[in-house]
Design a protein around this ligand. Structure first.
Ligand code: FE
Length: 213
């Protein structure tokens, strides 16, 4: 049985239009995300085979593949939940997300400065990558990370709670080369309730996890 499975979208393909077209969401979920799920499962199988035969020459490449595909699967799984056709606005305007709004202000100075930092981090990815808002459990702060591909340039242990896919497959059919416009539009579909739930869970379960006793 496969270890990882493709999660169903929490909405119809066209639910995020006009910010993201149904065609993009269908391809992105059914083809791109599905490929990462398959890649992660295939790599686990290949590692099992390598272990069973005591053949270690492929381990270096397989570990790289595992990090890439598994991270792609995890980030996309969060990405779909982070968006909603009823999303957008600022967290302070929404019900039940006060704690997240406070944490953003504490960690970044203001919502506007946080928004500018995450927008810039997303839009200035070189090649393929993501802009990520993450809970950092050692400090208990929120930080923005600019992720290379799906797995690089990450502070170990940080937990992604809001992710902007800045790969060309996320926007090119609709926005062509205008990545900045796509990232700006993304703010109109952010599901702050989902981000707040992720923040609360990360804070409750992970704070102090990495502290050396
Ligand atoms: Fe993607």
């Amino acid at each position: 049985m496969a270890t990882y499975t493709l999660p169903e979208l929490p909405y119809d393909y066209s639910a995020l239009a006009p910010v993201i077209s149904g065609e993009i969401i269908e391809l992105h979920h059914d083809k791109h995300h599905a490929a990462y799920v398959k890649g992660a499962n295939d790599t686990l199988e290949q590692l099992e085979e390598a272990r069973s035969k005591d053949q270690w020459g492929s381990v270096n490449g397989l570990e790289k593949n595992l990090a890439f595909h598994l991270s792609g699967h995890i980030l996309h799984s969060i990405y779909w939940q982070n968006m909603s056709g009823d999303g957008g606005g600022e967290p302070l305007d929404k019900d039940g997300v006060g704690e997240l709004a406070e944490a953003i202000t504490e960690s970044f100075g203001s919502f506007d400065r946080f928004k500018a930092q995450l927008s810039k981090a997303s839009a200035t990815t070189q090649g393929s990558g993501w802009g990520v808002l993450a809970f950092e459990p050692l400090s208990g702060r929120l930080i923005v990370e600019q992720v290379y591909d799906h797995q690089g340039n990450v502070g170990q242990g940080s937990i992604p709670i809001l992710v902007f896919d800045a790969w060309e497959h996320a926007f090119y059919l609709q926005y062509r080369n205008q990545k900045v416009d796509f990232i700006e539009a993304m703010w109109k579909v952010v599901n702050w309730q989902d981000v707040a739930a992720r923040y609360a869970a990360a804070k409750e379960r992970a704070t102090g996890l990495l502290l050396v006793p």
